[in-house]
Design a protein around this ligand. Structure first.
Ligand code: HEC
Length: 456
């Protein structure tokens, strides 16, 4: 996911370390402690299926576990839930389901998919007391939606049948249809083949940067072109530069479309393109022709222009200094930098240099060997403190997302931003890894959804 004009940055090389090595420029942090096991006690209460359990299953499970959904079996009917009760218990008590990668001990997020401790205990008590479903009736599937308004419905330019098993990463170019400058203020995906569309990342490409991508599309006989992680063709050996940061949003199954926080939007110049990267996962069955749609909310004006600004050590990208030795169980790289002295460069001057900015959400991106990652603000004003923005304690390549914060965080001019990623490269036959675009390469990349500070 190269979206970084690294030549504008002149940051110090901090080097990479094994987690146990002493003397690294940045020491590895301890991960946040795992959440408490709330299922350890015996059942406490009598639970009513219709009023207490069914609402949880419908709003937190059947969004994915329904016929045609990404969850491999349905939990829509009471009978289905009862039949699978023991499996549900383990998935819920182990906090594997619903999939919700961020640590809630780090920060609080809008659209949090996870269950509260009380909801876990309710499900556990229902299951442990016999999973009674007396009097229950199946309800209609939960309506998809989420965007407050859909202003543009942009289907993939052509239907595409995935060809690579089990994972096909494909980029499609879509013309930005508007003839006046506008702002994207919300993003969602309507998957056509929900059982195979595993994640979608949307990038905006300014008119001056579209040529190499158009060429890749022409060179590839099938619709779109092959890409991995970012909008660049996976055939490109050299890391190309797409200028200003280009990501608009990340969609993972089960996520409803989301409006950006009120008043924020991403500027779309006339003549731009959108790159839609679709990850097709064929584990669930035969490849099926897909024509998913991107759904956008669009506004003429916004109060503040929003940027998904990349945060990464340019030496990892530019000089392959993110080496991950073979045979090691825990390799980490960390990078720390004054947060505000580059924002002007990558926001075309909209975010002023060396003044505060506001962060409304974050993304962490690695490839398949990642184990955990974190992004934080290191405050220097007294009392100095580390402010966790996003920590993904069990990295899962299949569940990536843009996590919007409940409350925006202000980054002051003197604060540092800090990024840390860990990898397990101990699998038999492992080779040394480094930064790159391919499935066999790795990345450690943070994105901050940033704006100028709120007006006083
Ligand atoms: C965002 C989509 C999504 C939601 C919401 C979701 N699931 Fe799943 N679930 C999946 C997918 C996809 C799989 C299969 C692959 C995997 O394990 O990631 C799965 C697998 C499972 C499994 C079998 C694997 C395991 O880990 O035990 C169980 C049981 C399960 N889900 C229960 C639930 C329950 C109960 C809920 C609600 C409390 C829920 N799921 C909510 C997507 C979802």
């Amino acid at each position: 996911m190269e979206a970084v004009n690294s030549s504008v940055w002149k940051w110090a090389w901090l080097g990479g370390c094994l987690a146990l090595t002493v003397g690294c420029a940045e020491r590895a942090r301890d991960p946040l402690p795992p959440p408490a096991d709330v299922c350890a006690d015996a059942p406490q209460t009598t639970v009513d299926f219709v009023t207490q359990v069914q609402p949880i299953l419908e709003t937190k499970c059947a969004t994915c576990h329904r016929p045609g959904g990404i969850g491999t079996f349905s939990l829509q009917s009471p009978e289905e839930a009862k039949a699978l009760a023991p499996t549900l218990r383990s998935a819920v008590c182990g906090r594997r389901m619903p999939p919700w990668p961020p640590s809630n001990q780090c920060n609080t997020y809008a659209h949090d998919r996870s269950l509260t401790d009380a909801q876990i205990v309710t499900l556990r008590d229902w299951i442990d007391s016999g999973a009674d479903i007396a009097g229950a009736v199946a309800h209609a599937p939960v309506a998809p939606g989420g965007l407050s308004r859909v202003d543009r419905e942009l289907p993939l330019p052509e239907p595409y049948q995935p060809t690579i098993t089990p994972d096909d990463y494909r980029c499609f170019l879509i013309d930005w249809p508007d003839t006046e400058e506008r702002f994207i203020t919300g993003f969602g995906v309507e998957p056509d083949q929900a059982a195979e569309v595993h994640h979608v990342i949307l990038f905006r490409i300014a008119p001056e940067n579209t040529a190499p991508l158009l060429q890749a599309d022409v060179d590839d006989p099938l619709p779109g072109y092959s890409c991995f992680g970012g909008p660049n063709p996976s055939t490109s050996k050299k890391i190309t530069t797409l200028g200003v940061p280009s990501m608009v949003g990340v969609w993972a199954p089960g996520a409803l479309g989301v409006d950006f926080p009120a008043g924020l939007g991403a500027r779309m110049k006339v003549g731009s393109k959108l790159v839609v990267q679709v990850h097709y996962n064929l584990a669930a069955g035969m490849p099926t022709v897909d024509r998913s749609k991107v759904l956008l909310k669009v506004d003429d004006t916004v109060e503040r222009e929003a940027f998904l600004i990349p945060f990464v050590d340019p030496n990892w990208v530019r000089s392959a200094k993110m080496n991950i030795a073979a045979g090691q169980k825990d390799v980490f790289h960390a990078f720390r930098h004054v947060g505000t002295d580059f924002t002007d460069k990558i926001s075309a001057g909209v975010l002023p240099r060396t003044s505060a900015f506001e962060v409304h959400g974050a993304v962490l991106h690695m490839h398949t060997r990642g184990t955990w990652a974190s992004l934080s603000v290191e405050r220097h004003a007294a009392p100095a403190a580390s402010q966790c923005l996003l920590e993904l304690p069990r990295w899962d390549f299949h569940w990536q997302g843009l996590y919007l914060f409940d409350h925006p965080q202000r980054v002051e001019a003197k604060d540092d931003l800090r990024l840390e990623c860990h990898w397990d490269n101990s699998a038999p036959g492992a080779t040394e890894l480094n930064w790159g675009e391919g499935t066999a390469d790795e990345m450690c990349l943070g994105f901050l959804l940033a704006t100028a500070p709120a007006p006083e």
